[in-house]
Design a protein around this ligand. Sequence first.
Ligand SMILES: Nc1ncnc2c1ncn2[C@@H]1O[C@H](COP(=O)(O)OP(=O)(O)OP(=O)(O)O)[C@@H](O)[C@H]1O
Ligand SMILES: [Mg+2]
Length: 326
Amino acid sequence: MLAVGPNGVGKTNLLEALHVATQGFSPRTRTDAQLVRFGDPGARVAVRGRRGEVTLDLEVTVEPGAGKRAKLNGAPLRAAEQLRSEAATLVFTPDRLGVVKGAPAARRAYFDRALGRLAPARAALPAEYGAAVAQRNAALRRAAGGWSSRDAIAPWTEQVATLGAELVTARVETLAALEPHFAERAGELGLLGGALRYEGEPPTREALEQRLDRDLERGATSLGPHLDDVVLASGDRELRSFGSQGEQRLAVLALLLAEAELIAERRGVPPLLLLDDVLSELDPERRRILAARVSGAGQALVTATDAAMLPADPDQLLEVSPGRAA
Ligand SMILES: Nc1ncnc2c1ncn2[C@@H]1O[C@H](COP(=O)(O)OP(=O)(O)OP(=O)(O)O)[C@@H](O)[C@H]1O
Ligand SMILES: [Mg+2]
């Protein structure tokens, strides 16, 4: 489906509403109150759709102060975020370029979310590891301040080593699963030799202990996957530093398409694709390749300011005007 309309009419708003309804949170902000129309007491989005052959009725309500509630086929869920295990949605917004050109933290966050989507049983691992690092850092500062002994750090060092090694393994496995699909989709879009490399080693207790003096001085753990990075490359070119704007966009799209294929393989149903402003900056040939790939990939919503930007006939064309889409 293609949603078109001039700047500021509400295309991104519509796409965001679909994300909130299917995943329980916004891809743009963690502050749910921002989802409510200025001056209104709350917001509600209700969506009826299909997941394979199954019909789903999803509803999310946000009331600042009272919080967020979600229903699946009429039954309330414990947390809106539970929708994530019911429906898979992948989103491209121009902000996503940060995955390629941003700081390592943006890549870690992105690949950790991908890890959660592709291996739901390990979805909590990044947060558990993060909590262990925070506890160890607090223990380091207490010991450095003389409020507790150095021995009190050891259990947290152990936790950081154990959970850190698990997290590195999970990330490396996620990248290994994504990489062949990424290379294929990137190649099709003209980025040859697409590769994903993990930069970092599993932290060991010994290596952490060797750095204990330095860590005590800094009050922070200086080794582990909270400092690692992922390199996205085309051949021997690192795209973060040497990719053009358009190439960086293609790399993000190739990653998204790669993950969509893996989700389709693993869950048996392709994810919903939400592609905001994806066509700008791409040349006509690449738009054509992307359009063909997206139309064969399940359900998708693409936004553009002009229908002529999509070099294919969409199954459905929505004209967006303020407060309306028809
Ligand atoms: N909480 C809010 N309440 C009311 N209006 C809002 C709120 N947040 C944003 N807006 C406004 O909604 C309008 C529609 O924004 P939206 O980002 O959906 O436009 P768009 O069609 O995607 O435009 P573009 O083509 O420039 O990307 C904007 O004018 C924006 O300022
Ligand atoms: Mg927009």
